[in-house]
Design a protein around this ligand. Structure first.
Ligand SMILES: NC(=O)c1ccc[n+]([C@@H]2O[C@H](COP(=O)([O-])OP(=O)(O)OC[C@H]3O[C@@H](n4cnc5c(N)ncnc54)[C@H](OP(=O)(O)O)[C@@H]3O)[C@@H](O)[C@H]2O)c1
Length: 181
């Protein structure tokens, strides 16, 4: 049971345009049956956690709610819930919420869906185990950042999936970082 960030990114480190568009992502070819693809990843996921912008993007763009797992949405606002969805709103420090989130995942993993700052909150609290990124062959120059914080990683695996370079990293605990020695 672990906590992972799994996300597509531009080569220059953005997960969405400033106005939350993912058009750049869907313009590129990715094999859903291929390596490091989403269907295999989601099978191991018992709970999702996401920020309000990512949740609102899903509400705007998905025809039907795609998750059977509990989905924790961090927000300070009141947001709608699709019919039949197990959406749990929360706010505050991720270290105070992590126990309830992992308990809701049962024996499976927690997926930190995004955005980047939320993944950074988990990483900074020492609660992120792995970081999976699919890099699209595109630069945006500006946008919503992949992870706008200092984070040291150990490369575990890389693979090509059609247009994407996919990388999987282990998050190095603070104690392993050079400046912490
Ligand atoms: N590249 C991909 O594969 C991919 C896939 C899906 C979506 N996306 C996009 O990525 C973008 C991410 O947006 P974003 O960078 O704005 O990040 P986000 O994490 O989705 O949303 C940020 C918001 O979440 C709330 N929040 C975060 N941490 C919180 C906490 N600890 N307690 C309470 N509320 C908290 C705050 O909302 P409030 O205070 O306003 O409530 C904050 O403004 C979106 O455009 C999304 O559509 C990318």
């Amino acid at each position: 049971m672990a906590t992972h960030f799994y996300r597509a990114s531009t080569l220059d480190g953005f997960i969405a345009t400033l106005d939350h568009s993912l058009e750049w992502l869907f313009a590129h070819d990715f094999d859903l049956e291929g390596p490091m693809a989403y269907p295999a990843f989601i099978e191991g996921v018992g709970a999702l956690v996401m920020g309000a912008s990512t949740y609102e993007w899903l509400l705007r763009n998905e025809q039907t709610w795609g998750y059977t797992q509990p989905t924790w949405v961090l927000t300070h606002r009141e947001l709608p819930v699709p019919e039949g969805a197990d959406v749990r709103f929360a706010q505050g420090k991720v270290q105070d919420l992590h126990e309830a989130i992992t308990a809701s995942a049962g024996e499976r993993d927690v997926w930190v869906v995004g955005g980047g700052d939320l993944a950074g909150q988990f990483a900074e609290a020492g609660l992120l185990d792995e970081f999976w990124v699919q890099f699209a062959p595109v630069m945006l120059g500006e946008g919503r950042p992949l992870l706008p914080r200092r984070l040291d990683l150990e490369l575990i695996d890389t693979v090509r999936n059609r247009d994407f370079v996919c990388a999987r990293y282990r998050v190095r605990p603070t104690a392993e970082r050079p400046e912490a020695a």
